[in-house]
Design a protein around this ligand. Structure first.
Ligand SMILES: NC(=O)C1=CN([C@@H]2O[C@H](COP(=O)(O)OP(=O)(O)OC[C@H]3O[C@@H](n4cnc5c(N)ncnc54)[C@H](OP(=O)(O)O)[C@@H]3O)[C@@H](O)[C@H]2O)C=CC1
Ligand SMILES: N[C@@H](CCO)C(=O)O
Length: 441
């Protein structure tokens, strides 16, 4: 970390930090509002005024829910990145390519620091961008990119820097948690809940990134890099989204004392770096099980500190803008950290490993109403070395099939995947069976 002396203004006090904001959507307008509403407080904390000089979005005519008339409007992000009256580019557009990437690269090349909430860009191009920033003696800060308002980037890169971290896990996508919890608690259909998430500003521009687990995996890959000193390895995350989860799964898991969460786990084992993002069952009465709505929770385990749990709003205008402002204030103070907590050249290339740690599993099958159907399933699982802990059959449907839930004793992911491949071949399983890992948390 380095601290540079603050530039002096010729007339009175330290010179303002001049911000160019690209993207005036949920997060961008949130940032504008904080700067307008708390100008004096921010200036005291930052040691100098924060001044928005230029702004940019796609549609100049759109109503922005804030007075932006005092700022220079620029039509192109690249043009904004090059302006002489911009010290810091605040990129709040999103996306791995195009306008966001081009503006960030230009800003770094022209000696400007960058603040961004763009986890997708960092997960895919983080290493190259970190090297680029270092070449120009600049930095990229991205507290808002992971878990919205939760200060997890700072926690790992600064507050826990004295620890060897063994595991980072948690719920990192507000949209998915909102959908999974609200459907159950309010008894609302998926479409209604999805629209509510949109109104709350939680969704990515492409919401399949949310429900497909990709957004959360971007975040997990960034945290793994920071925690383990490895290059960001998004391609190596084992990803499964929540698309296969039905309201029946949510309700039946609840019947058995569990909640379904899109859970990410990154850990270093003797075999390498494991990173997985998948819907899992967690006990209803556990802290993760009780996480409602757009709330996120991140758990970090360090050798000296033990377990740290951070919980808070994972998405939305205010929480995300709050995280952006923490980065802006640090830059105004003259504090510059390497992008991933250490010089980019020293980040190790990780050895990706698939999850092998045993767990209990929840299986949901629809069985044909035939004599011996259940026996066939029990035999198949037994032959695969999987022992059944609990089983529950629900009433037969009109067509004569019955949903069956099985909770296994601890078994390996390999054994479960093998059994899942064999189940359709028994001739008694209808549709696609579902398997979900049960995490002890
Ligand atoms: N929403 C959230 O809760 C969170 C979002 N993030 C991240 O923050 C970033 C912004 O998200 P969010 O505010 O929700 O997104 P929005 O879709 O609400 O806003 C995106 C903004 O970018 C502008 N924009 C899009 N393309 C261009 C372009 N080519 N040139 C100039 N401006 C452009 C849009 O302009 P216009 O308004 O004219 O269409 C809009 O103002 C993303 O990286 C997202 O992943 C991170 C954490 C939480
Ligand atoms: N779409 C993201 C925004 C916050 O990163 C979410 O739902 O968590």
């Amino acid at each position: 970390m380095s601290a540079t002396p603050l530039p002096a203004s010729p007339s009175h006090g330290p010179a303002p930090l001049r911000l160019g904001i690209v993207g005036l959507g949920t997060v961008g307008i949130g940032v504008v509002k904080i700067i307008q509403n708390h100008a004096d407080l921010l200036a005291v904390r930052a040691g100098r005024p924060l001044q928005i000089t230029a702004i940019c979005a796609r549609d100049r005519t759109r109503n922005r829910d804030a007075d932006i008339s005092g700022y220079a409007w620029v039509d192109s992000p690249a043009e904004l990145a090059l302006r002489d009256d911009v010290d810091v580019l605040v990129e709040l557009v999103g996306g791995t390519e195009g306008a966001a990437r081009e503006a960030i690269e230009l800003a770094l090349d022209h000696g400007k620091d960058v603040v961004t909430a763009n986890k997708a860009l960092l997960a895919v191009h983080g290493q190259a961008l970190a090297e680029r920033a270092e070449r120009h003696g600049r930095t990229i800060r991205y507290e808002a990119a992971v878990a919205g308002g939760i200060p997890i980037i700072k926690a790992i890169s600064e507050s826990l820097a004295g620890n060897r971290i063994s595991r980072v896990m948690g719920v990192m996508n507000g949209t998915c948690n909102y959908i999974l919890t609200r459907m159950q608690s309010a008894g609302l259909p998926y479409e209604t809940v999805f629209e509510e998430a949109r109104q709350l500003g939680y969704l990515e521009a492409d919401p399949t990134l949310d429900v497909g687990g990709i957004d959360a995996s971007h975040k997990l890959a960034i945290l793994a890099s920071l925690a383990f000193g490895t290059r960001v390895a998004f391609d190596a995350v084992e990803i499964e989204g929540i698309e296969r989860i039905s309201i029946d799964d949510i309700n039946r898991a609840a019947d058995m004392g569990y909640r379904i969460k899109l859970l990410g786990v990154a850990q270093i084992t003797a075999r390498g770096l494991e990173q997985r993002m998948s819907p899992c069952l967690v006990p209803s009465d556990s802290p993760l099980g009780q996480l409602e709505g757009g709330t996120n929770m991140v758990v970090v385990e360090g050798d000296s500190v033990g377990q740290i749990v951070l919980r808070g709003a994972g998405a939305g205008e205010g929480p995300t803008a709050s995280a952006v402002m923490s980065d802006v204030i640090e830059l105004a103070r003259g504090v510059r950290m390497p992008v991933f907590g250490q010089p980019a050249a020293g980040l190790a290339a990780p050895q990706p490993a698939r999850t092998a740690i045993p767990a209990a599993y929840y299986l949901r099958l629809t069985l044909a109403d035939k004599p011996g159907a259940l026996a066939k399933i029990a035999t198949l699982l037994g032959d695969a070395g999987i022992s059944i802990d609990r089983m529950r059959q629900y009433g037969h449907t009109v067509g004569g099939s019955a949903p069956v839930l099985i909770v296994t004793h601890k078994t390996t992911p390999e054994a479960i995947h093998h059994a899942m491949e064999l189940l359709p071949r028994t001739g008694v399983v209808e549709g696609d069976p579902i398997e979900l890992r049960i995490e002890e948390v």
